[in-house]
Ligand binder design. Structure first.
Ligand code: MN
Length: 180
């Protein structure tokens, strides 16, 4: 198992243990199926970015808690070729109050996000390519160097309708210092 996948599996198992949540409880609170949660926890399946976000939101913890490594440089969560890829450039820091992710979307790919916890704010900044960003049904098109700040407690989506890969950063602020 890849180091990031191992971290995802161990974090899920640890959080369930701390909360004393069964797989059924966790499915109810995250909206991710028991079967999928079991596969992720056993390291048999790597979640998509969207699925891992549902899990983080359900537990009320920062996204990067699942993919940060204790040693070495940040690594991407394993992803299918047409899926969004994420690397925690600056994992959640409780003192500074934010985390920063680097995201990558191949041409033609999209990733739909369920609403995050109330008060979660995203700041997206396009590094290269173009981002088609949908926030609660409203489309915004961002070119390289352009950014958008939005309340992420509504459905939103990231899409690359262009011909070249899209790279962007996402600085995420959580309410109550990242704790539910
Ligand atoms: Mn999001």
């Amino acid at each position: 198992m890849n180091a990031v996948s191992a971290r995802v599996a161990a974090t899920l198992k640890q959080l369930r243990g701390e909360r004393r949540w069964s797989l059924g409880d966790t499915a109810q609170f995250t909206g991710v199926s028991k079967a999928m949660l079991g596969q992720i926890e056993r390291g048999e399946s790597s979640p998509t970015v969207a699925t891992l976000w549902k899990i983080a939101t359900g537990f009320g913890v920062p996204f990067s808690q699942f993919i940060r490594l204790d040693v070495g440089p940040p690594q991407a969560l394993p992803a299918a070729p047409q899926a969004m890829r994420v690397t925690p450039v600056f994992p959640w820091d409780a003192t500074l109050g934010f985390e920063m992710l680097r995201l990558w979307l191949p041409p033609g790919a999209r990733s739909e996000s369920a609403p995050h916890a109330v008060g979660t704010v995203e700041h997206v900044l396009v590094e290269s390519g173009t981002l088609w960003l949908t926030i609660d049904g409203t489309l915004r098109v961002l070119a390289a160097g352009e950014g958008e700040r939005f309340a992420a407690d509504v459905a939103h989506g990231y899409e690359n309708r262009g011909a070249v890969p899209l790279k962007f950063h996402n600085i995420i602020h959580y309410p109550r210092g990242g704790r539910a």
